[in-house]
Design a protein around this ligand. Structure first.
Ligand SMILES: Cc1ncc(COP(=O)(O)O)c(C=O)c1O
Length: 414
């Protein structure tokens, strides 16, 4: 049986000529990202997530450095997602209270007085698991209810962990994109406030705040780079579902460094490659990917791009890449069994695909042209985001313990 090759890619040449993306500038100015960070740092239990260097692996792959922003334990919720949900709820509440001339403190946000002023509110979201957990957790901090829609392939452990954070969970017979549509309809009928990580025409403010919330990761990452005497990474590989995480990562660096920004690669599952497809069509518009989206990378199983994110990605992404499941599975195992002296990292399916992709890219002769286009070599320092830890323990054991989704023989290292 022939297997899909580890990497297919589209080179977005126009990104090389755009030195100032208006779309990135609007969302990720220094002032905004500092203010977002100031909000997050008031959350009880907030800690800077680690920036881990895998120097042994970098050396083995012929790179100068691999730097992993490890989000596996962010606020003990297993992924970066709470950064977006909490900040969007904060901004939505500020708006509902009509307080636009100053920031609220976290204490004010979660006070009894605020709760009384807003009355009986319910926050709603569609999710593959991680976003819903972050929204449920944030709503609970403020004493509000939450209702979270998941699709039929969502694992029981993900549902359990959303419920543990106080939410009611509704399972939809369809995909993540169907859950987004359904929660939107039901929220309108019931007067719930939707906190979505994807946008649609007429609903863009909250998804923008979600994306701005993610920026705290990179404010922190830059502090980590400064601490080791580096100004910035030379390359970024970032995974995408609807593209909000990728657009924040890439937009943050484009806004700061303009023409000197790192070279950028967006990685998607081949069975849910809506951004790759949009780049391949190449008319500047986002396009939907049809299908069941049945990939082990549950967080990336999205067929409809976030249009706000797409505008940034179309301006600033050099390479759009798609990879089969075994690439993510390999990434999980490489993180989990590091070379001597490299740190051990717990990474779930959606977290690990960029490391899997980077290892195939650096090791296989058929990708020499792509390595050259990206100028990847011994002076390169690559930033990756481990966007989740072990968020689905059963599947984690199937892959890491039992070798599930193994690399096909023809793509193993000789
Ligand atoms: C663990 C993880 N990584 C990456 C992503 C991708 O984020 P986005 O949908 O913004 O592209 C998600 C989305 O839910 C996720 O849960």
């Amino acid at each position: 049986m022939e297997h899909t090759q580890p990497i297919e890619w589209v080179h977005n040449e126009r990104a090389g000529s755009i030195h100032n993306s208006e779309h990135a500038e609007k969302l990720f100015s220094n002032e905004i990202t500092q203010q977002v960070r100031a909000f997050h740092s008031q959350i009880p239990g907030y800690r800077v997530s680690p920036l881990k260097g895998l120097s042994g692996l970098a050396n083995m792959l012929g790179l100068g450095g691999i730097w992993v922003k490890d989000e596996s334990d962010r606020l003990h919720l297993g992924s970066f997602k709470v950064l977006g949900g909490s900040y969007a709820i904060y901004q939505a509440v500020r708006e509902l209270l009509g307080i636009t001339d100053r920031e609220l403190t976290f204490e004010e946000l979660t006070s009894e007085e605020t709760r009384k002023k807003l009355g009986d509110m319910t926050f709603a979201a569609a999710t593959d698991g991680n976003h819903g957990r972050g929204v449920a957790w944030s709503a609970r901090q403020m004493g509000f209810k939450s209702i979270i829609y998941v699709h039929k392939l969502t694992s029981q452990s993900r549902i359990d962990s959303i419920e543990k954070n106080g939410a009611k969970v509704v399972v939809i017979d369809g995909t993540y994109d169907d859950a987004v549509r359904q929660v939107n309809e039901d929220a309108q009928a019931n007067g719930w406030q939707i906190i979505s990580d994807t946008a649609w025409p007429g609903y863009e403010d909250i998804p923008r705040w979600v994306m701005q919330g993610y920026a705290t990761m990179f404010t922190e990452a830059q502090e980590g780079f400064s601490a080791v005497g580096m100004m910035k990474p030379t390359h970024i590989f970032v995974q995408a579902g609807v593209g909000a995480l990728a657009a924040t990562t890439i937009g943050f660096y484009a806004e700061r460094f303009g023409a000197e920004r790192p070279k950028t690669v967006v990685v998607e599952p081949d069975l849910a490659a809506c951004l790759y497809l949009s780049a391949q069509i190449g008319d500047g518009e986002p396009h939907n990917f049809e299908g069941d989206l049945e990939t082990i990378m549950a967080g990336l199983a999205c067929g409809e791009p976030n249009p706000v994110a797409w505008d940034i990605l179309w301006d600033c992404t050099d390479i759009f890449m798609k990879c089969p499941d075994y690439v993510a599975a390999k990434g999980m195992r490489v993180y989990g069994v590091p070379l001597a002296d490299d740190p051990f990292i717990v990474s779930g399916e959606s977290g690990a695909v960029t490391l899997g992709a980077l290892s195939f890219l650096m090791e296989r002769p058929e990708y020499a042209e792509l390595r050259e286009a990206l100028e990847l070599g011994p002076d390169s320092h690559v930033l990756l985001v481990n966007s989740e830890g072990n968020t689905d323990p059963e599947d984690f054991r199937r892959i890491v313990w039992e070798g599930g989704d193994s690399v096909p023989h023809e793509y193993r290292k000789a």
